[in-house]
Design a protein around this ligand. Structure first.
Ligand SMILES: Cc1cc2nc3c(=O)[nH]c(=O)nc-3n(C[C@H](O)[C@H](O)[C@H](O)COP(=O)(O)OP(=O)(O)OC[C@H]3O[C@@H](n4cnc5c(N)ncnc54)[C@H](O)[C@@H]3O)c2cc1C
Length: 394
């Protein structure tokens, strides 16, 4: 039962990285924003996040670079290793040449550090109202263009426009599509540890990725180098067999049993009590109506293999902020321009991420050929990153 209906202007649903980034970008363009988050507090999980230069440029434009610089790590290289043999395959130089080319650094951060930076900036803005404990249950477009948003606590809002940044299982997306998330059949375990507890195997200057048949592990330092982040990911045989209960720690151990010593040592660092089953969706051609827009994982959830889900979310936020600066509160114009600009790029990330996953996890002849090609790649060859990192609109 609705207890109270409030009239509002621009309403952002979600207090995640996408929701906060969007509220900030809109406010910096002069738009008052109300943000609704279902959780009782604004939090992120205990894990690291790779933030490519495309998203570091967005954070810089939002005026947050100094805070990022204070807490992030800027690795000198990305290193690719074979997870079974422990052999070095190739690396990408993330140093001065990379920074000059992409006009920004490659950053790695603790997720909650990034969320805190965004949250502090939102709280400092007179144009942003943040509300917790607001689980949105229904979104309707009413005649006359108003969007009605109802929450589980009985409150309701009638908004001029709504941005749905409510993640993979977005409620707002149901206005535009009846599609479902696609399960990859892979499970991810994550963990952060004080660097001192890891010993000599922690590489403080690199993002290290180990790839193998149906498995990979990624490690990098975060929080000024004080913590070391590990993510171990594997294809579940139990999922392939159609079992409901899949991805548990027993499978984690079994899948990594044949990995090299360094990888098995890394897998021992993850939190075995929690894992995520990874999903994406097929690209969606339409993210907006004249009053409603999807953003971030709500619009374009992707597998994590490009390290771009959150980065594309920040690009979305920047594009919307630019739209508000150009078109004021003409939401239909803002959303149409946003959709035209963002759908092709984010869709390309969704499909490319799937392809990278295939390449990383391949076996047999594919793996031999892949390793051969990778070992001849020069570390200052940016051919395969230009499309993603070169400045375009921003
Ligand atoms: C293993 C793994 C590793 C990854 N690594 C990287 C990486 O290195 N770099 C990168 O860029 N990306 C990475 N990603 C992807 C990244 O985590 C996501 O793309 C990003 O978090 C999406 O942000 P978002 O704000 O769109 O959605 P979310 O983070 O899902 O936030 C959605 C928010 O909406 C709220 N919400 C949901 N429903 C409602 C509702 N009904 N009412 C109100 N509030 C609601 C939620 O509580 C949440 O706060 C990774 C993903 C995984 C699984």
């Amino acid at each position: 039962m609705t207890t109270h209906t409030e009239r509002t202007g621009l309403l952002v649903i979600s207090g995640g990285i996408g929701g906060m980034g969007t509220a900030l970008a809109a406010a910096r363009s002069g738009q008052p924003v109300r943000l609704l988050e279902r959780a009782p507090a604004f939090t992120e999980i205990d894990a690291g996040l790779q933030v490519g230069p495309n998203a570091v440029r967005v954070l810089t434009k939002l005026g947050l670079y100094e805070r990022v610089e204070d807490i992030a790590v800027f690795p000198e290289r990305g290193v690719l290793m074979d997870a079974l043999t422990g052999t070095y395959l190739t690396s990408l130089d993330l140093g001065p040449a990379f920074r000059k080319r992409y006009q920004a650094q490659y950053a790695v951060l603790h997720r909650s550090d990034l969320l805190d930076i965004l949250l502090d900036a939102c709280r400092a803005s007179d144009l942003i109202v943040l509300e917790n404990g607001k689980a949105v249950t229904h979104v309707h477009q009413l005649h006359g263009g108003i969007v009605r948003v109802e929450c589980a606590d009985g409150s309701a809002y009638e908004a001029d426009a709504v941005i749905g940044a409510d993640g993979l299982n977005s409620r707002v997306r149901r206005l535009l599509s009846d599609d479902e998330p696609v399960c990859s059949g892979y499970a991810a375990y994550r963990g952060t540890m004080p660097v001192g507890a890891i010993g000599t195997s922690a590489d403080g200057d690199s993002v290290v990725l180990w790839i193998g048949p149906g498995i990979h592990m990624i490690q990098y330092p975060i929080r000024r180098g004080e913590l070391y982040n590990t993510v171990a990911v594997f294809r579940s045989d139990a999922f392939q067999r159609g079992e409901e209960d899949w991805g548990g720690p027993g499978e984690l151990d079994a899948r990594f049993a044949t990995a090299c010593d360094d990888v098995r040592r890394g897998v021992a660092l993850v939190n075995r009590g929690h894992h995520v089953k990874t999903y994406d969706r097929e690209p969606l051609g339409r993210w907006t109506t004249s009053r409603v827009a999807l953003l971030g994982d709500a619009a374009h959830p992707m597998l994590q293999y490009l390290g771009q889900g959150a980065c594309q979310t920040l690009e979305d936020a920047e594009a919307l902020g630019r739209g508000f600066a150009e078109h004021g509160d003409d939401n239909a114009e803002v959303f149409a321009a946003y959709e035209q600009e963002r759908v092709p790029r984010a869709s390309q990330c969704q499909t490319t991420a799937r392809n990278w996953g295939e390449i990383w996890h391949t076996d047999g002849v594919g793996r031999i050929l892949r390793n051969h090609i990778l070992t001849s790649h020069a570390d200052d060859d940016y051919t395969h990153t230009d499309w993603l990192y070169l400045p375009a609109a921003i």
